[in-house]
Design a protein around this ligand. Structure first.
Ligand SMILES: Nc1ncnc2c1ncn2[C@@H]1O[C@H](COP(=O)(O)OP(=O)(O)OP(=O)(O)O)[C@@H](O)[C@H]1O
Ligand SMILES: [Mg+2]
Length: 330
């Protein structure tokens, strides 16, 4: 371990330095980076939803490199087993030894999470919820930080297994990754490439300093601990807390909504709002922080009534309706 613990390990600085580090590789990654930094700072996980080819994988990989964090990618397939993710006990020289699966990392890209059956999804959810996995009956701790970036395609093909509501509720945020703006798309076409891949991906340098052994894992853990402490110290006035509570409870009363936001969703919204305040360089939460982050925190947790879906009402419309129905504290 080195003692050159970053002095600028604040949410604002880490976000800025990550943005600079990935800029040569991915264009327009701002909203995803915001979500990843907030998730790291509160110990949450992120679901990215978007059609193929909008850089979901690229931004996750580039961000992990920029953090200096260990990164693994698991492609979720219909025949994937829980042990493909968690690891297996193998016999070596007459001894049973544990061979860790890809879940033993800092940043796990769970690609196309809705292509694997529920049993394997459930193994990932134990990891996300408890920070551990059970292999052969014994629990094993995961790394800290442990950030799952899951991706899914919005179009439900045949042979997909949509995540059940209870499992979606474990994701701090769902970010919809759309097509780039015309300017961003022009810029990404101008990026230097080696073949099809961005030339600079291998050159994305960690924002943390390596220790004497060239490892950055310890520094990443220290950095993330600093972010967590900063977010935990963010204050929420009684009025703003009451506003958040009213928005959450309102989602349960909307005529368009069958199942509203859970108490867990409220906890997640409060944490994400604190992280959002810190991203803006503030030490206290405003109603605007809640309004800004509420769609990403709530959209995947609301179950709409069939009639509302038929009328093309969307979860984001329900979130907007809940916010519109609650008066903002002055
Ligand atoms: N915003 C962007 N900035 C830079 N390159 C981009 C961007 N969007 C797409 N690309 C290019 O498109 C390629 C595909 O991106 P990527 O594999 O990350 O997409 P994806 O969203 O993960 O797709 P899939 O759903 O098929 O896995 C990238 O390797 C990159 O070359
Ligand atoms: Mg991908």
């Amino acid at each position: 371990m080195t003692d050159d613990r970053p002095t600028d390990a604040t949410v604002v600085d880490v976000r800025r330095r990550l943005g600079e580090a990935v800029a040569p590789v991915v264009v327009g990654a701002g909203p995803v980076l915001d979500a990843l930094v907030v998730a790291l700072a509160v110990g949450g996980h992120v679901l990215l939803e978007g059609v193929p080819g909008v850089a979901k994988t690229l931004v996750a990989e580039a961000t992990a490199r920029a953090l200096g964090a260990r990164f693994r990618r698991a492609q979720f397939t219909p025949d994937m087993l829980p042990s493909d993710l968690t690891g297996t006990m193998t016999l070596r020289d007459g001894d049973l030894t544990f061979r860790p699966g890809p879940v033993f990392t800092n940043v796990l890209l769970a690609d196309e999470i809705n292509r694997t059956p529920p049993k394997t999804q459930a193994a990932l959810l134990e990891a996300m919820g408890e920070g551990q996995v059970t292999v052969d009956g014994s629990p094993r701790r995961l790394a800290d930080p442990f950030l799952v970036v899951a991706t899914q395609n919005p179009i439900e093909y045949e042979g997909t297994y949509p995540l059940p509501e209870a499992e979606l509720d474990r994701f701090l945020m769902k970010v919809e990754v759309g097509y780039p703006t015309e300017a961003d798309e022009a810029a990404l076409l101008r990026l230097a490439r080696r073949g099809l891949a961005p030339a600079a991906l291998g050159e994305v340098r960690p924002i943390v300093a390596p220790d004497a052994g060239g490892e950055t894992v310890g520094a990443v853990a220290a950095l993330v601990a600093a972010l967590r402490a900063e977010v935990d110290q963010t204050t929420v006035s009684d009025e703003v807390g009451a506003y958040l509570l009213a928005v959450i409870r309102r989602t349960r009363e909307l005529p368009s909504v069958e199942v509203g936001a859970s108490p867990r969703a409220g906890v997640h919204l409060l944490a994400a709002a604190k992280g959002t305040a810190r991203l803006a360089g503030r030490g206290f939460v405003t109603p605007d922080d809640i309004v800004e982050v509420a769609p990403a925190v709530l959209r995947h947790r609301l179950v709409l009534r069939a009639e509302a879906e038929l009328e093309r009402f969307r979860p984001d419309d329900a979130v907007a309706a809940a916010i519109a129905a609650v008066s903002v504290p002055r």
